[in-house]
Design a binder for this molecule. Sequence first.
Ligand SMILES: Cc1ncc(COP(=O)(O)O)c(C=O)c1O
Length: 470
Amino acid sequence: MNDPTRHPAYSIDRSQLGAVEINPVFARPAEATEFSKFRLPASESLPETAYQVVHDEAMLDGNARLNLATFVGTWMDDYANRLYAESADKNMIDKDEYPKTAEIETRCWMMLADLWHAPDPDNTIGTSTIGSSEACMLGGLALKRRWQHARKAAGKPTDHPNMVMSSAVQVCWEKFCNYWDIEPRYVPISEDHKVLDGANLADYVDENTIGVVAIMGVTYTGMYEPVKQIAAALDEIQERTGLDVKIHVDAASGGMIAPFIQPDLEWDFRIERVASINTSGHKYGLVYPGLGWVVWRSVDDLPEDLIFKVSYLGGDMPTFALNFSRPGAQVLLQYYMFLRLGMDGFRRVQANSHDVAKFLSSQIGAMDDFELWNDGSDIPVFAWRLKDRPNRKWDLYDLSERLRTRGWLVPAYPMPADLTDVTVQRIVVRNGLSHDLADAFLESMRAEVAYLDALPAPMPSQHKQSGFHH
Ligand SMILES: Cc1ncc(COP(=O)(O)O)c(C=O)c1O
């Protein structure tokens, strides 16, 4: 903190005020031969030169195909790429200039409302966002405002709102509570309750509870939380206490899996207590990053006083968003994917990822060292831990490091409260992780386990770090 060259929040080492050298092959007469890394250059350079520098730097990023850590889409087909290039200039907020993009946004969330069984899809309201994080914030804010209105109407104070959720929520919910002064009430997961399942909910819910978050596809493991069971626990609380606590379903991943793979599973607006649902278009919606969606059960579930109006075709269009300007292209890409795949196509793509996940989990579960935490039968994501074995010279962090040397990103990390002493490793199977690639991965994994087993001494224990797993 006292080192002025280090930014306390981001740990950027500013003592390295170095320069990016331009390869002599590309250096042009009268142009700079290097750029400062952290200072705006004093003069111009040719587009070719600037392109080459950025291109060469970005090339050093990892290979997205081998990234088994992220949920986010990294591939779209040539027609999508064409659309993307054609629409990269569109600003989502400018409904007046881009009325078609605005209309397509509405078509998309109405399709989602229908897919998620809104009782009256024509009477719902929704929006695109930059991702699920923003979508969750909007869902949470609507719950908060709804609770505030009810409390004020009853002449009761509104200064101590809380929200109830699993200790395994994604960090966006911690942010939501932090940014909007809401007390987060975490229900710890355990070996017996691997997800929030409604048990002991009454110990957490009270008159200041703005809502309960249920997750369809817990980030740590990919497991579904049983929304119906959570709703039943809240029904029981309402019967006893009169408190009517709504649910927001964080279906960042599961919202685009469950309707296709587990169509009979009731987790969505079929459950009356579900007020709003979000998903990430850029996860299993199969679109490039940044796109999220949030839909409310009905227009009544989004308090009117959260809505702003922007001009649209000489009139006004309601908007509810944290950002003002943001890209419109991803919305068009989502619409493209909806038209391109339809129900059947989505079913086939997601079923394929599911098959690969089940195959990989069965193979990893059959290895001597590993015990599955779950098998990828909810969303195509699964985690495993090490079985106890005396004198093992390595742990999952070491295995993660070894796999990285072969290009595979497979994070190891501790579970959240109350399971922080459990370390797991996780694979996210996305479209593009084929059976072939899965075989290649298993080969790498077996080879690296054999390498670690053959070490003459244990791996050093310092500097072990959790991989990116959000
Ligand atoms: C359950 C859950 N909620 C929210 C998010 C945040 O999503 P986004 O990255 O789209 O903001 C994630 C991301 O992994 C997630 O898994």
